[in-house]
Design a protein around this ligand. Structure first.
Ligand code: SF4
Length: 451
């Protein structure tokens, strides 16, 4: 087995580098980063606290050589992290060597470093150690945004994000799950999954699986959601497009493992306008999909945003939008009057809608949305639900239900409750509702229901 360093000693990493020059460059990058972070490099197994094996997976003979090298490192040291081309097929590694502490694919220096940090805490650095393990956050301590990707592969005509932030770049799944774990360890009770397009997660990296907590997890929305659900905190999904594979998260919501909440930026409902907007999933039959989701998970809360007054929007398009909204019965909606963004393709579209008409449509839209919201909230009267406390003081408690995302949705108002603080869960009975918010009374000792 590997020797362990005492906290005062420098942790030392052994390194076995196999494969082609590209793999060698990866090895050099990893070693450079390790050294710059203060880790020692050991030239033998006995002097190492952990061994990294950078593998090759090109032909059968190279795979066998890599598997043998992993076996040797495990036998000599016991604590082995696998990276490189064979790491892109974690099942093959785990089938032969289930005891490895982690696996990453090729060109994944950051992920290797993350795994090393997890196994062997980084040596003390008087500057970096001022930063807590979960990083510096601007949100309250009990909830955090978890960004799973950057950029976007769509080309909505009103948006310039793809030209600003580039194409979709998904974070490796173990990276995201490790961050989520650190956040939860740091006191976070609610994770808000964000990106430009959450449903597309992993499509740019071939859904590459990675080992997390000893099992392979694919970089796919449903698998990621399952991993996050295992952390036993509230998990809320934002910016999801209604593609068929999203159906896979609904059972997790029905089982109470994910919050029954989906934030889907529909933007419009008229096929003509959606086409002009070049929206993703515009050809999906979303009303049918929403109805099926609600049959499976009646508690599901749907949130969305819309744009009114898009170039070319006729009264007919707008009426269609209102009818669609009534039928979809979305719980929470935001609405924006269209305004051109410098550099967006929509700027050259004909049929600009006059400002006064945009305003009028905005008002009519919000009136419809308000009535739906009131109706949807009224059904909670008399129900019991678990809420998460955001504020607590002599004037009362402001909390959120599973259907309320922070900042953008409503709240649940309670009278003052002694000893309750932000981040506590309370069991409440709903006593009333207005257009957007609920009122309730606590029904149990918060200690009994704290997550
Ligand atoms: S609005 Fe469209 S193009 Fe812009 S980030 Fe969202 S999906 Fe991508």
């Amino acid at each position: 087995m590997s020797k362990r360093t005492s906290p005062e000693q420098t942790p030392r990493i052994g390194f076995v580098s196999l494969g082609c020059p590209k793999a060698l460059v990866d090895s050099e990058r990893i070693l450079t980063r390790l050294r710059s972070e203060g880790y020692g490099i050991s030239s033998d197994y006995a002097g190492a606290d952990l061994v990294v094996v950078n593998t090759c997976g090109f032909i059968d003979a190279a795979v066998e050589e890599s598997l043998e090298a992993i076996g040797e490192a495990l036998g000599e040291n016991g604590r082995v992290l696998v990276t490189g081309c064979l790491g892109a097929r974690p099942e093959e590694v785990l089938a032969r060597h289930p005891g490895v502490v982690g696996i990453t694919g090729p060109h994944q220096t950051e992920q290797v470093l993350d795994l090393v940090h997890r196994e062997l805490p980084r040596p003390h650095d008087p500057f970096l150690d001022l930063v807590p393990p979960q990083g510096i956050r601007l949100t309250p301590r009990h909830y955090a945004y978890l960004k799973i990707s950057e950029g976007c592969n769509h080309s909505c005509s009103f948006c310039i994000i793809p030209s600003m932030r580039g194409r979709l770049a998904s974070r490796p799944v173990a990276d995201v799950l490790d961050e989520a774990e650190r956040l939860v360890a740091g006191g976070v009770r609610e994770l808000l999954v964000i990106s430009q397009d959450t449903s597309a997660y992993g499509s740019d990296i071939a859904y590459q699986p990675q080992v997390w907590r000893g099992s392979p997890v694919a970089a796919r929305l449903v698998d990621l959601a399952r991993g996050l659900a295992s952390l036993d905190v509230w998990v809320r999904l934002h910016y999801v497009y209604p593609y068929p594979h999203v159906d896979g998260v609904i059972p997790l919501m029905a089982e109470g493992r994910l919050l029954p909440y989906l934030d889907i930026p529909f933007q419009h409902a008229s096929p003509r306008i959606l086409k002009a907007m070049r929206r993703p999933a515009r050809s999906e039959n979303t009303l049918r999909r929403i109805a099926a989701w609600r049959r499976q998970c009646p508690e599901l809360v749907l949130r969305s945003t819309f744009i009114v007054g898009f170039p070319g929007e006729t009264e007919e398009d707008f009426s269609l939008l209102l009818e669609w909204l009534e039928e979809a019965e979305l719980d929470r909606v935001g609405c924006f009057e269209y305004s051109p963004v410098s550099g967006a393709a929509a700027n050259v579209l004909p049929g600009a809608v006059p400002e006064s008409l945009k305003r009028e449509r905005h008002e009519r839209f919000m009136e419809t949305a308000r009535a739906i919201s009131r109706r949807r909230l009224a059904r909670h009267a008399g129900q019991r639900m678990r809420v998460l406390v955001d504020e607590s003081g002599p004037d009362g408690v402001v909390a959120r239900s599973p259907g309320d995302a922070p900042e953008i949705d409503g709240v649940v108002r309670l009278p003052p409750v002694a000893g309750v603080k932000p981040g506590d869960f309370l069991e409440v009975e709903i006593t009333g509702a207005d257009d957007y918010d609920l009122a309730g009374l606590p029904v149990a000792d918060p200690e009994e229901v704290r997550a």
